[in-house]
Design a protein around this ligand. Sequence first.
Ligand code: HEC
Ligand code: HEC
Ligand code: HEC
Ligand code: HEC
Ligand code: HEC
Ligand code: HEC
Ligand code: HEC
Ligand code: HEC
Ligand code: HEC
Ligand code: HEC
Ligand code: HEC
Length: 389
Amino acid sequence: MSGVLVGPFVYAQTQSVPPDNDTCQTCHADPSMVRADGRPALVRADAFTASVHGVLGCVDCHADLASAAEFPHPERLARVSCRSCHDEPAAGLAGSVHGMLSGAAALQCTSCHGAPHQIRPSSDFESPTYKLQIAGTCGQCHGGLAGPGARRGPAVAGLFADSIHAVALERTTVAPTCTDCHRSHDILRRTDAKSPVHPPNIPATCGACHGEQRRLFGASVHAAQLAAGNAGAPQCASCHTAHRMAATASDEWQLAAVEQCGTCHREALATYRDSVHGQVTALGFTPVAKCADCHESHQVHPVSDARSSVSTQNRLTTCRACHPAATANFVQFQPHANKEDPERSPELYYAALFMDGLLIGVFLFFGAHTLLWFVRERNDSSAEEERRA
Ligand code: HEC
Ligand code: HEC
Ligand code: HEC
Ligand code: HEC
Ligand code: HEC
Ligand code: HEC
Ligand code: HEC
Ligand code: HEC
Ligand code: HEC
Ligand code: HEC
Ligand code: HEC
């Protein structure tokens, strides 16, 4: 040791070398040591040595004591700057939604990395930033319960826990957790154009793993509208949700997807519901045609586009997937026939008009017939009464 112990707590430095860890630990390894306000001032040597910073000197972080010559040191010390060694994460956090929370609510490095003397590398299973621990770490504040210091962010961790992504994480770390879609330090609001979950950026974010879907979607009318800044255009999360991702093969999901297309295409959903396919799916049966069976799920094109699965060129092939015997005549059937639209569906319109006319005519005829019959009955019965009188 490079100092002289002068009294139980008075330690004088004799050289100008920075105090070593043993020097600090003469006092701070003592479990009974407390601060003036009663909080502990213990630094557990074993935990510190096992941490990623175990190789560092105490004063590498507590830099204001680097040239301390006398102990005890002042009661209040400067806050440790993690940024002095980790500029990139620190700059990211400072500019993030978390760093910009006002005052004491702003997140510290330790909000995610744990106690300052026990930080472990993210490759360590025990670390709160190990891939399989991250959802729980973010979930401290995004789980619906108030977070440390009553900091509560939007509650999504529960939705994520139910997703196919969370289930896949039990099998492979290739599946995504919060930080694959949001990054770790420079996390931004979804309304921020630089956020990976800002709507136009979502296809690229999901596409990091789902490349084929990104490629197909990229050529669609939906992607073109999204790129053109149409806020009403869908991206991956509009159809799949952002957090509660589900297996698309399930009946439940397939039926919900029809309603999902219908949130933006109200009229198409209404006319579909009037069709034979729509009536069957309304009963909960999935083998009939749903929106994506005819229009494709990702490479959706306008019907006038030759690439569309229901363009005049491709329609027969599309119907034949389920109606193998379909002929050119069969595909004259209109999946979106609208009996109220004479231009779109003239036969149906006039047939409906005729049927309505017939119905009204029948009611009028029999109505009048019944009325006259009633009058006659009354006349007859009053004549009868007169005869009896
Ligand atoms: C002689 C005993 C002693 C030695 C040696 C000592 N400390 Fe302390 N330290 C204390 C006491 C006592 C407190 C509590 C002060 C209070 O809150 O009343 C304290 C508090 C602290 C705090 C909290 C300061 C704050 O602002 O809350 C830090 C950090 C600290 N010490 C770091 C160190 C480091 C690093 C070393 C070695 C360079 C060291 N100490 C050496 C006795 C010592
Ligand atoms: C990687 C940086 C780092 C190293 C290395 C480090 N500390 Fe700390 N220490 C911190 C941070 C961060 C805090 C929390 C207060 C703050 O932000 O300044 C802290 C707080 C403390 C406190 C106050 C009590 C507490 O737990 O909050 C004491 C005492 C302390 N350190 C002593 C030590 C001693 C002794 C060593 C060496 C064995 C050491 N520190 C090494 C970063 C470090
Ligand atoms: C919102 C949670 C969160 C906060 C706050 C946070 N981190 Fe991280 N950090 C993570 C996660 C998760 C990882 C592991 C995944 C990764 O490497 O991106 C990580 C990884 C790291 C790494 C290793 C990878 C690298 O980029 O070199 C360092 C170093 C780091 N953080 C330092 C910091 C520092 C310093 C702060 C404070 C300025 C901080 N972190 C604040 C979540 C956080
Ligand atoms: C004096 C410089 C210094 C300071 C200050 C410092 N660190 Fe480190 N940090 C290091 C070194 C050195 C490593 C080990 C790098 C390595 O192994 O690649 C490290 C590693 C890390 C890692 C693990 C990176 C990984 O590979 O996963 C995290 C997380 C981390 N530090 C967070 C922090 C936090 C949080 C603070 C503030 C409490 C902090 N550091 C303060 C020097 C520092
Ligand atoms: C597969 C990618 C993905 C994963 C994994 C993911 N998110 Fe998200 N997150 C998104 C997308 C996309 C949005 C934007 C949703 C939108 O615009 O409808 C979003 C939005 C959010 C929002 C804003 C929600 C709101 O209502 O304002 C928060 C907070 C959030 N995510 C936190 C998390 C947390 C915490 C986790 C981990 C438990 C997580 N996310 C996992 C993709 C993801
Ligand atoms: C200590 C609590 C805490 C932790 C830990 C935390 N957050 Fe947050 N988060 C918040 C708070 C508070 C907000 C801001 C809520 C507001 O002002 O709307 C926020 C906001 C967000 C937003 C922006 C939501 C939006 O408006 O679009 C995202 C995304 C987000 N957090 C993701 C994460 C991820 C991912 C992690 C883990 C790596 C994480 N958070 C860890 C407290 C936390
Ligand atoms: C880090 C890689 C990764 C990212 C990023 C990612 N996913 Fe996934 N996704 C997976 C893995 C792995 C599976 C599980 C595959 C399995 O279990 O068969 C999966 C499954 C799915 C499924 C279910 C597929 C099926 O078989 O029905 C959908 C839908 C899905 N992801 C959509 C998305 C969307 C939308 C995004 C962006 C918001 C996204 N994913 C981001 C890796 C990722
Ligand atoms: C307009 C709605 C819609 C959009 C936008 C959308 N999907 Fe899909 N997605 C679907 C439907 C519907 C299915 C089911 C297809 C089926 O069962 O044939 C599906 C299936 C999937 C599957 C399962 C494998 C497959 O191809 O059938 C994955 C993975 C997937 N989508 C990812 C994505 C990603 C990534 C994006 C964004 C680039 C995206 N989806 C955009 C509707 C959509
Ligand atoms: C049996 C196949 C089939 C199904 C199922 C189907 N469509 Fe169509 N859709 C077509 C055909 C063929 C056209 C073009 C001819 C037409 O306009 O009737 C079309 C046209 C459209 C158009 C173009 C605009 C318009 O009204 O002409 C939209 C939008 C559309 N469909 C959306 C949907 C949605 C949403 C669903 C599910 C609720 C759906 N479709 C179900 C075959 C189908
Ligand atoms: C978030 C809203 C939204 C969702 C969800 C959505 N769409 Fe679209 N869709 C649009 C917009 C916007 C356009 C481009 C403008 C237009 O032509 O109506 C479009 C265009 C289309 C077209 C081309 C219309 C034409 O002019 O011929 C078809 C077909 C279509 N969508 C089918 C679907 C199907 C099938 C689904 C579900 C798998 C779906 N859409 C889900 C918003 C949406
Ligand atoms: C995903 C499979 C699927 C697709 C694609 C599909 N249908 Fe159907 N359709 C069915 C099933 C199942 C029924 C009900 C059983 C039956 O009667 O064959 C049905 C019933 C019908 C009916 C009434 C019953 C009949 O056989 O006369 C017509 C008309 C029809 N579909 C036309 C079409 C046309 C036109 C297309 C292409 C634009 C098409 N369907 C695409 C599965 C499909």
